[in-house]
Write a protein that binds this ligand. Structure first.
Ligand SMILES: Nc1nc2c(ncn2[C@@H]2O[C@H](COP(=O)(O)OP(=O)(O)OP(=O)(O)O)[C@@H](O)[C@H]2O)c(=O)[nH]1
Length: 446
């Protein structure tokens, strides 16, 4: 379910309209004047909780969290009815961040409860102000929880896909089994036809081994693909049109045309099935089709896993965002196919520069990401530098025995203990931007 931004905006406006300007002002001035103290107490209370130790024992992170809570309070309680859409969007964002960094919901709610108590004490003198502040906190919590739940659900789905990829590595065997099942149905049908038993029901594809597999598993695994719909429709034609047409024929009547149609439908099914298996092997194996590198959709899962590992083992890791310089010119000069060939070779160089435990993703276009496990800053920067140099000397082969050369710009970010992977990616992106700004073919550290 999408988050009803407009409804929340109206409700927020309603809460502001329901109180006098004096009440709004009382809340605003307390929030402004006491933001620092309230944020400190919020995290002090929270740090008593076992589940919060992981976040709050990291001092720089705790300072950042306190600052962002202060900003949040100043914005939520500013008493203004302007830019309420942005305020709602801010709560959605906070909820999503909580989900990404896996803050237990009860800790957030407990923090909110404490905040209401503190605000209540500070607002005792102003009639109705404590209640107004409390309902604002509640509204924010409601929006955050919705965003949190949606985000968690999405993560769970990606994890499922990742798991699916792990358990369906024997897709090749499944493909052969289903091809054989389809053939068996066809043979059985031909036998029945050869016997020319009048009035006999011909075997329906929907209840054959293949049909059952497709309806119960294939459709689920391949859902959304156009080939899936085409197979469904071809199976339907076979069972509802061509088999009844054959059954309706008198014994001995010519049936070449129906048989040909039937054979064409089966060929079509086989063809679409092969395409589905092929795509699926690439996509759900989490691999980018062009470069065979990991698809960016698994980036949150892998980064989350590595962050947990780094926290538990007090290790560090690094991400390198690698972008091919002036790639548009390569496409312009050598065509899109030439560009594709270059991307494949860039991917090979990246892959060969990594160790077995590292990960290489294609983020999209000519942008890649390396996740180097168990490295410190010096090692990560040295590897990035070696990679940059190697790339500029590597001849990139093009069609018709031509070749070209490319350079890359690299942004490096070290894991700094912040549990939100987006922050780390933003830091690496900012470093990459610096490398581009300073003339390309460079490595910059965040
Ligand atoms: N051949 C090919 N080209 C792609 C692919 N994906 C994206 N591109 C092209 O990559 C080019 C990226 O261009 P820009 O983002 O302008 O960047 P750039 O030319 O590399 O320049 P800088 O990054 O600023 O150094 C665009 O022309 C895209 O069309 C792909 O899969 N294959």
């Amino acid at each position: 379910m999408p988050i009803p931004h407009a409804r929340y905006t109206r409700q927020w406006a309603g809460l502001l309209d329901a109180v006098t300007p004096a009440v709004r002002e009382a809340v605003r001035s307390v929030a402004q004047g006491h933001a620092e103290e309230l944020a400190r107490r919020f995290y002090q209370d929270m740090s008593q909780e076992e589940g919060a130790v992981l976040f709050l024992s990291n001092i720089p992170l705790r300072q950042r969290l306190e600052q962002s809570l202060q900003r949040w309070m100043r914005s939520v309680f500013d008493g203004s009815s302007l830019q309420l859409e942005q305020k709602v969007a801010q709560q959605v964002h906070v909820g999503e961040v909580h989900a990404r960094i896996d803050v237990p919901v009860h800790l957030v709610l407990q923090g909110a409860r404490g905040l209401k108590v503190h605000l209540h004490q500070l607002l005792l003198q102003a009639d109705g102000a404590a209640q107004h502040a409390a309902v604002l906190v509640d509204l924010c919590m409601e929006i955050m929880s919705q965003a949190y739940a949606r985000s968690m659900e999405r993560t769970a789905r990606t994890k499922d896909a990742y798991r699916l990829h792990a358990i369906t590595h024997n897709l090749g065997t499944e493909r052969e089994r289903q091809r054989a099942a389809l053939l068996e149905w066809e043979n059985q049908l031909l036998c029945e036809l050869a016997m020319e038993r009048s009035g006999a029901q011909l075997p329906r594809m929907a209840v054959s081994d293949f049909g059952l597999w497709f309806h119960h598993k294939g459709e689920f695994v391949f859902r959304g693909a156009q080939e899936t719909r085409r197979i469904e429709s071809a199976m339907q034609d076979v069972d509802v049109v061509w088999l009844p047409a054959l059954e309706a024929l008198e014994p001995g009547a010519p049936r070449m045309q129906q048989l040909r149609q039937l054979r064409d439908e089966v060929r079509r099914i086989n063809y679409h099935l092969a395409a589905l298996f092929e795509q699926h092997q690439e996509l759900d194996a989490g691999r980018d089709v062009l470069t065979r590198l990991l698809n960016r959709k698994f980036l949150p899962v892998v980064l989350g896993k590595e962050m947990g590992h780094a926290q538990q083992h007090s290790e560090s890791f690094a991400v390198l965002v690698v972008d091919v310089d002036h790639f548009k010119q390569i496409n312009d000069q050598h065509g899109h196919d030439g560009g594709d060939r270059v991307l494949q070779q860039v991917a090979d160089v990246l892959q060969s520069a990594c160790r077995g435990g590292d990960y290489v993703f294609r983020l999209g276009g000519e942008e890649f990401l390396l996740l180097l496990v168990d490295v410190g800053q010096a090692q990560a920067v040295a590897l990035a530098e070696r990679l940059r140099q190697r790339m500029q000397h590597e001849p990139m082969r093009l069609p018709q025995d031509r070749s070209t050369q490319v350079t890359v710009s690299i942004g490096v970010a070290l894991y700094d203990g912040h549990p939100d992977y987006q922050r780390m990616l933003q830091r690496a992106d900012a470093a990459l931007y610096q490398a581009k700004e300073k003339g390309r073919n460079r490595v910059e550290l965040a």
